[in-house]
Write a protein that binds this ligand. Structure first.
Ligand SMILES: [Zn+2]
Length: 441
């Protein structure tokens, strides 16, 4: 008898949060940028129900009985931010030693990823695109967040970056023979020739990749003296992009050198990451294809700081310094080029998780207006991720991914580095600058 009462009470407790979830939440905003790209509204009320925006109203409307009221009447409210280039399990800012990385098990990395996911969400990034993680780990984290089991942003994921042998994504580069053989035995992300590259894409899809990433050129941090130029042939890139599209996946290219950027754009990629060396010809091709450019400006900056502090091999310092210097100058031209689509991305994992918003200041320093910088991290990034139907703006039917800062980020974009309120799908994760207990119920 007592046991059945206890069970009945327990089931009541389980029901309670579900009922609370169904109730409405009224948010009083001091100012509201519901549609980035347009002027912000003044005092407004957002009504949230079932994890979605139900209504946007002018003024501060009284909350009906039973509804929760969140008072942000002294704050600036906007859609949750989207970072289109993150590596959630990487902490290169803390662990540059390849030896230490080799002493980690998958479980160690997973716990690091859990913490990174929490910090990312607390920083106001309610959605990320992960562009290179171990497939079983990223799909497990993605699904656990989706089910509400752990705290973190919505994740759109690639699996492993596809690369040619000896390319930027070949994990066997420079390893002693025994380790290299082991890596080659297990790696499924390296491919040579179009047939082999189709296979590599299909395997990533079978392991849960929602987007396909490939290395069109060399990279700054790979342990191979391969430069930053083109690494893949036309037929390999075309095979990758066509196979990804056949599966309904977008394809994105890691590319620094102009030759690799041009080839990737001609192969039909949906976006180019880094795009360090561009010129009027390659920017014209961006315009023509409609592909997004994802600048990742804080990554080379972070790599330079780490290399100067002795946390990187000496060979990396020169490459990182060159990339950082040139990238900044090139991005000035890219941001000024009319019609070139830009989506916000940081390559966080090179820099510290939770510092994603420092990218905004670099974008503004490179000549972008704060309003457009915010647009790239909301409307544009949502479009690139194929999620415009639910993300990027705050309007009825869209996801209640909502953040707030103390002052207008349209005047001082660094306000976005100090996010005070975070709601994802109607659940409050941060209030008055303080993380909220998790789980919320
Ligand atoms: Zn990256």
């Amino acid at each position: 008898m007592l046991r059945s009462i206890a069970l009945a009470l327990a089931s009541l407790c389980l029901l309670a949060p579900a009922q609370a979830q169904a109730a409405q939440t009224y948010i009083h905003a001091g100012a509201l940028l519901d549609q980035p790209g347009q002027a912000p509204r003044g005092a407004s009320t957002l009504v949230v129900e079932d994890g979605k925006v139900l209504q946007v109203m002018d003024g501060h409307q009284a909350a009906p009985a039973g509804a929760r009221l969140i008072d942000l009447s002294d704050q600036f409210v906007l859609p949750g931010l989207i970072d289109a280039h993150v590596h959630i399990f990487s902490d290169d800012d803390k662990v540059a030693s390849r030896l230490e990385a080799m002493n980690r098990d998958a479980e160690d990395r997973f716990v690091i990823g859990l913490d990174n996911a929490r910090r990312t969400l607390a920083a106001g990034f309610t959605t990320i695109r992960d562009l290179g993680s171990d497939p079983p780990a990223i799909t497990a984290l993605r699904d656990a967040i989706e089910k509400g089991l752990v705290e973190g942003p919505t994740i759109v994921n690639a699996g492993r970056m596809i690369s040619i042998s000896g390319g930027h994504g070949d994990g066997a580069n420079g390893l002693a023979r025994d380790y290299a053989e082991l890596e080659r035995e297990h790696a499924v992300n390296t491919c040579d020739g179009p047939e082999d590259c189709r296979r590599a894409v299909r395997i990533q899809v079978s392991q849960g990749a929602q987007v396909i990433k490939f290395a069109a050129t060399g990279g700054v941090l790979s342990n191979v003296a391969g430069g930053l130029g083109r690494q893949m042939f036309d037929d390999e890139m075309k095979a990758i992009v066509e196979t990804a599209h056949a599966f309904g996946r977008k394809a994105t290219a890691h590319a620094h050198g102009k030759d690799g950027i041009m080839a990737a754009l001609r192969a039909g990629v949906d976006s180019v990451e880094h795009a360090t060396f561009t010129d009027p010809e390659s920017l014209a091709l961006f315009r023509q294809t409609g592909a997004y450019l994802v600048p990742t400006m804080i990554a080379p900056d972070a790599a330079v700081k780490q290399a100067r502090a002795g946390e990187r091999p000496p060979a990396v310092l020169a490459k990182a310094e060159e990339a950082a210097r040139i990238a900044f100058a090139e991005h000035i031209d890219q941001f000024a080029a009319p019609g070139v689509k830009i989506a916000f991305g940081t390559d966080t994992g090179v820099s510290a998780h939770g510092d994603n918003a420092t990218e905004f200041k670099m974008m503004v320093d490179a000549g972008m207006a704060p309003a457009r910088a915010i647009h790239t991290a909301t409307v544009d990034a949502a479009d690139l991720l194929g999620l415009s139907f639910s993300l990027g703006t705050l309007e009825p039917g869209k996801s209640a991914d909502i953040i707030a800062v103390a002052q207008s980020p349209l005047e001082d974009v660094t306000e976005l580095e100090r996010v005070r309120f975070v709601m994802r799908r109607g659940v409050v994760h941060k209030l008055d600058g303080a993380r909220q207990p998790w789980p919320a119920d």
